[in-house]
Design a protein around this ligand. Structure first.
Ligand SMILES: Cc1cc2nc3c(=O)[nH]c(=O)nc-3n(C[C@H](O)[C@H](O)[C@H](O)COP(=O)(O)O)c2cc1C
Length: 481
């Protein structure tokens, strides 16, 4: 189709077009194209007309994933010029399959890495690239782009783009939109570790944080373009999607005003200054539960044993080593409405912790290690004068799972026990070793009302469902009181 010069339309037509375009969240040029292409169907409503003249919009829509907190929202995605731009094709797809509309803006440098054609096809929208676009700027397009969205995501955020943002530059479409917006902005930096660590970049990051800009990453890892490793990798598309969901989540927060204590990870029980007794717990399930409770508005104190995963957002995390330290910190965090004891606390510790490294004595065989029982944190809470309102324990079992979990429920005076099969051959997840250390879980919830079996799912999903169940239970209790 020939290009459309909106400037040449008469004033009333221009105004009508402007109103119609604004109503449909499109540029004037795009609206005009759709009107012309759909002349025969001008009587049908605009949304239907758009579908009828742009069948590719329907066919490129990926299958829907229900229940995403930002479904129905509009994200303006600004793509910067870095290798990680290729990951944003997946980001667009992931957002759209969750019901989020994506309007892309590409910097000139981004166009060196991926094509506007791919970006536009996946977004099913026009790709905006030019600040001085004649048609768009009749309508002050950069201001409209800055306003007609629920949030802006900058990914990959180059060192250059962040420097522009921190200094209020507006010499291209991306930076002008970023300066003109009042919407929340999430930045996903990606760059060489030396660029990220540079004091200039760090100064800019600090300024942007102070200005209320949200960040995700960069992560540690190997760089795509070199053999270098370090902090600089862009967060993975699904991590960015999750953060967008959190930032646009306007659902009610049923746990607001509630205080929760969660334990997570293993404990390390010292034998001597260099050795300890431990287990294979990764902390993934406990950390996910802490995050899910915080998402629902709870004030969460997470007492974590030594783990290799980051502290969850929105929680106060206390790091401990041994069971005794964990017990002290849990008790110091009381009172609480909710306590979820997920940590795989060691049952025993060495009776006498050696102050010097124990020596191998030739020919005498292995040293004898005398063990003593550790405090039972869950039982301690169950019998505590300040017992949390809802006390939940986890039972990691390898056999007779329900039987053992039920005994634990009674012995420890817990309200629920979440039982999981941690045997290496449980068949859960793809990795050998099953639940411990993996990303998936299959749990049974035991309470005095019976046993509920949940199907195998990701640990985050288990966490979300458990947090929702906790919220429902507390709401029911509050309604009865
Ligand atoms: C091969 C190549 C890879 C690059 N990768 C990155 C990168 O990952 N992060 C970054 O900040 N800059 C990177 N740059 C530099 C940017 O492309 C350059 O600073 C550009 O001006 C950024 O423009 P923009 O911020 O408008 O997108 C790269 C350059 C080249 C040639």
């Amino acid at each position: 189709m020939a290009s459309i010069t909106i400037r040449n339309l008469d004033e009333s037509a221009k105004q009508a077009l402007r109103r119609r375009a604004a109503g449909n969240g499109r540029s004037m040029e795009e609206e005009a194209r759709l009107l012309l292409a759909g002349l025969a169907e001008l009587d049908v409503p605009p949304a239907a007309a758009a579908e009828s003249v742009q069948p590719e919009r329907v066919s490129t829509a990926p299958p829907a994933i229900a229940g995403f907190p930002a479904a129905g929202k509009r994200v303006l995605l600004i793509l910067g010029g870095g290798i990680a731009a290729y990951k944003c094709l997946d980001l667009i797809r992931r957002l759209r399959e969750r019901g989020v509309a994506v309007r892309p803006v590409m910097t000139a440098a981004a166009g060196e890495f991926i094509t506007p054609l791919s970006v536009g096809a996946l977004a099913a929208d026009r790709v905006f690239t030019d600040l001085f676009d004649r048609e768009d700027e009749q309508d002050v397009g950069h201001i409209r782009l800055a306003r007609d969205c629920d949030m802006i995501v900058v990914a990959p955020a180059t060192a250059d783009l962040m420097a522009k943002m921190a200094n209020g530059l507006a010499n291209d479409l991306a930076s002008a939109v970023l300066l003109a917006t009042r919407r929340p902005v999430l930045v996903a930096p990606a760059m060489n570790p030396a660029m990220w660590a540079h004091r200039a970049t760090q100064r800019n990051v600090e300024t942007l944080r102070r200005d209320g800009i949200h960040f995700i990453g960069p992560m540690e890892g190997e760089m795509a373009e070199s053999r270098e490793a370090g902090r600089g990798r862009m967060a993975e598309p699904l991590e960015i999607v999750e953060r967008i969901g959190e930032l646009l989540d306007t659902r009610p927060k049923p746990l607001r005003g509630r205080r929760a204590i969660v334990t997570s990870g293993p404990t390390h029980e010292p034998i001597d200054p260099v050795r300890y007794i431990a287990n294979r717990s990764s902390g993934k399930q406990g950390h996910a539960i802490a995050a899910a409770l915080a998402d629902l508005g709870a004030e969460v104190i997470l007492v974590s044993g030594p783990v290799a995963i980051p502290d969850p957002r929105g929680c106060e995390t206390v790091h401990v080593e041994s069971a005794r330290e964990m017990q002290r910190m849990v008790e110091a965090a009381l009172p609480a409405d909710i306590a979820v004891m997920v940590a795989a606390v060691a049952d025993w510790r060495s009776k006498a912790e050696a102050t010097e490294k124990m020596k191998k004595e030739g020919g005498k065989g292995p040293s004898h290690l005398e063990l003593t029982e550790n405090p039972d944190i869950l039982k301690g809470l169950g019998h505590h004068v300040r017992r949390p309102g809802l006390l939940i324990g986890f039972a990691a079992e390898t056999e007779k799972i329900v039987e053992h979990a039920r005994a634990k429920l009674d012995r420890k005076k817990a309200d629920w026990i979440v039982a999981n099969d941690v045997s290496p051959d449980s068949g859960i997840g793809e990795k050998a070793g099953g639940v411990m250390g993996g990303d998936r879980n299959r749990v049974r919830i035991l309470s005095r009302d019976g046993v509920e079996e949940w199907p195998e799912m990701g640990k985050r999903e288990v966490a979300r469902r458990l947090a929702a169940r906790i919220a429902e239970t507390l709401a029911r209790q509050a309604a009865k009181a």
